[in-house]
Design a protein around this ligand. Structure first.
Ligand SMILES: [Zn+2]
Ligand SMILES: [Zn+2]
Length: 311
């Protein structure tokens, strides 16, 4: 199960209601932050200052990354110990180094910044993050998060048949670890469980015009979080500035058989975003608008629950 917390869903100019882009994926074992707009530090703190965590930045536009400074400062002042890994365009490395040397942005924990290209950038247990290049202004990435189940349903009868004593070894097998019996026989999880079910997938477009890489990543995704900076009435502006319209994002969701489309980063000119939502829903019905502090829970079986902060 993964919770998606929209810490910021706004455009490039933040408002009281909608701050700069920042999306937190919260799994029981780790936090993943996608983009770090200004002031994300306050909203991030309740999710744990000392949890295992990584930050993935989509591109070098300030609305997507200036919040990194505040995160490093706040986590240090509050005594974080665990290392923090930051992934994104390689220019983030000298930028963070420059802040460390010019404004005393020292940290109480090990901070590593990785300049990344396309491919798998991070793996943990059964979770993976893949980055892919999108079509914005300058080098920009999108991210695909997948979480697979270690094994299918555990079959106690099979375990008994193989002479595995009930207890800790059952737990290990159910968690996907092989075990060894007293006579030296190795039993693999697949010997005592059904095949693993399909995993879950969440994709984040970052800032982009419609492009093949976002289509490829989105195929079969449970949730696609896509920017929709503009409505069709401003489609020329969208093309010129490297963004998508709500309709274009919805077309991708439709083409790629996405479960739920969540539109974010729409311009404050559309106020509460009614135009954006309506436009997308004419193409793809299963669309919602991201709102600051909205929480979306995605279960292993693909079930989605949305908790709207306004209700
Ligand atoms: Zn941008
Ligand atoms: Zn942006």
């Amino acid at each position: 199960m993964v919770d998606i917390h929209f810490l910021g869903s706004g455009g490039s100019i933040p408002t009281e209601e909608r701050r700069h882009p920042a999306i937190l994926l919260r799994h029981e074992a780790f936090n993943i932050l996608w983009d770090a707009g200004e002031a994300v530090q306050m909203r991030l703190e309740p999710f744990g200052i000392n949890r295992k965590m990584i930050v993935c930045i989509t591109h070098r536009h300030p609305d997507h990354c200036i919040g990194l400074t505040g995160i490093l400062l706040r986590f240090s002042l509050l005594g974080r110990q665990k290392p923090l890994e930051i992934f994104g365009p390689k220019e983030l490395i000298p930028w963070i180094q420059m802040q460390q040397s010019t404004i005393n942005l020292g940290t109480t924990f090990e901070t590593t910044v990785y300049g990344i290209e396309e491919g798998i950038i991070w793996e943990k247990d059964f979770a993976t993050i893949r980055s892919f290049e999108v079509d914005h202004r300058g080098y920009a990435l999108g991210y695909e998060f997948t979480l697979s189940k270690p094994t299918g349903k555990f079959l106690p009868e099979k375990a008994k048949e193989l002479g595995i004593p009930k207890g800790g070894k059952w737990g290990q097998l159910a968690a996907g670890e092989p075990i060894e019996l007293e006579d030296g026989t190795v039993v693999n999880p697949s010997d005592v469980s059904l095949p693993a079910e399909k995993g879950i997938k969440i994709v984040y477009s970052g800032d982009t015009r419609p492009c093949d890489n976002i289509r490829e990543a989105s195929r079969g995704a449970n949730i696609l979080i896509h920017e929709a900076m503009y409505a069709e009435e401003h489609s020329e502006l969208a093309a010129e500035r490297g963004h998508s319209t709500a309709k274009q994002a919805a077309q991708i969701a439709l083409e790629c058989d996405v479960g739920l489309l969540i539109l974010t980063h729409y311009s404050p000119r559309y106020e509460k975003g009614d135009v954006i939502l309506k436009e997308a829903m004419t193409v793809f019905q299963n669309t919602i608008l991201a709102k600051d502090l909205m929480k979306v829970t995605l279960s292993y079986d693909g079930h989605v629950e949305v908790i709207d902060p306004e209700n």
